[in-house]
Design a protein around this ligand. Sequence first.
Ligand code: BG6
Length: 458
Amino acid sequence: MKNFTVFGYARTKLTDEELRNMISGTLTCRIDQRENCEDKMDQFLKRCFYHAGQYDSEGDFSELNSKLKEKEAGKVSNRLFYLSIPPNIFVDVVRSASLRASSLNGWTRVIVEKPFGRDSESSGELTRCLKQYLTEDQIFRIDHYLGKELVENLSVLRFSNLVFEPLWSRDYIRNVQLIFSEDFGTEGRGGYFDNYGIIRDIMQNHLLQILALFAMETPVSLDAEDVRNEKVKVLRSMKPLQLEDVIVGQYKGHSKSGRSYPAYTDDPTVPKDSRTPTFAAAALFINNARWDGVPFLMKAGKALHTRRAEVRVQFRHVPGNLYKRNFGTDLDKATNELVLRVQPDEAIYLKINNKVPGLGMRLDRSDLNLLYSARYPREIPDAYERLLLDAIAGERRLFIRSDELDAAWALFTPMLKELELKKIVPELYPHGSRGPVGAHYLAAKYNVRWGDLSSDDS
Ligand code: BG6
């Protein structure tokens, strides 16, 4: 892209040079090292500029508009605004930018980041306000999990391999688990987090989006609207989450090997008596012919023992298994499990039963393992790189349409309200642990064992 400029806009007064210095501190070269990385980075920095202004000032945005026009020099101009700002100023910025700094001869698009409201009402209100100034086609709502390589690959795996799609239903799948864990707390983000909690921060968007892609019917095509239509359909087929199918937790301080790890409420921006969950597990159900009765379990938490995001698919028992005797009493140990490890160490592996070589008949569990780092030595692009390029190209498939957002909130809002109304106290778990024991009871209620905690996991 030859005629490309990046403008920073915020209240802080900065010169172009100061902005460039800030960017160069974190800029990395994503192209082949042989291709003159330094030069490319320099060329990029020369295209970066800055304009200081207030978020609600149409006058300041007019000034930005003049500077943009100067750079565009009469050519067709396309403008992409990326709003990396707190939600309470979304609408002010969109108003000023759309009224004063829209392109007059090309497209104008706006990328917004979550949180898109806190519940159905506030999210609907935000959408209504944005739509006073923008059409749906101009709004690109980011869920960066949709830009992750393994999440993109989910549909490829399912729809382009004969061995998977025919198994993708209640007939063969016993349960599906969507697991997110981080081994650090809310560090420095307590102010934001305390108003949202882990259910809104991770489950209602990242995990639910993966679930929708996992469970949707085959779309008519890969066009954005066809894919998003199927996602909305499956979300609308889901039963709103019930409070008795949710458990919540919050991390407490913990000392290990002479080091002490803080509690969530030790964060100075978090009220001491906060009941905000930093961990949650939930069981969701899809009321359609394909998934009737199959539990979709979600688990998300901060300050756990490991950092990991994965999808686990546990298959049913082999009917009349000939080798039953070789497995002892625990037949669950012999079922197949497909794991998509989104991060870290991207991988797809399938647990199968196998005979241990030798004269006897001893069975063993092995993994058919596609480890990305071994198969694809090239660096995997960051989710945001993919999504930004898509927004520039006008590819909307990986962005959230407003009816999808409404459907997602409709599933979570009643339960979130009840949780707050009933002042449910989260179960405390030590920082760095495997989370509250309640998650096991919830899974057990549906005859499920968390795959990430099983002893034979790789
Ligand atoms: C964000 C959440 O959306 O995703 C954060 O607000 C979380 O709380 C982050 O830490 C995780 O993203 P990633 O890509 O690091 O797994």
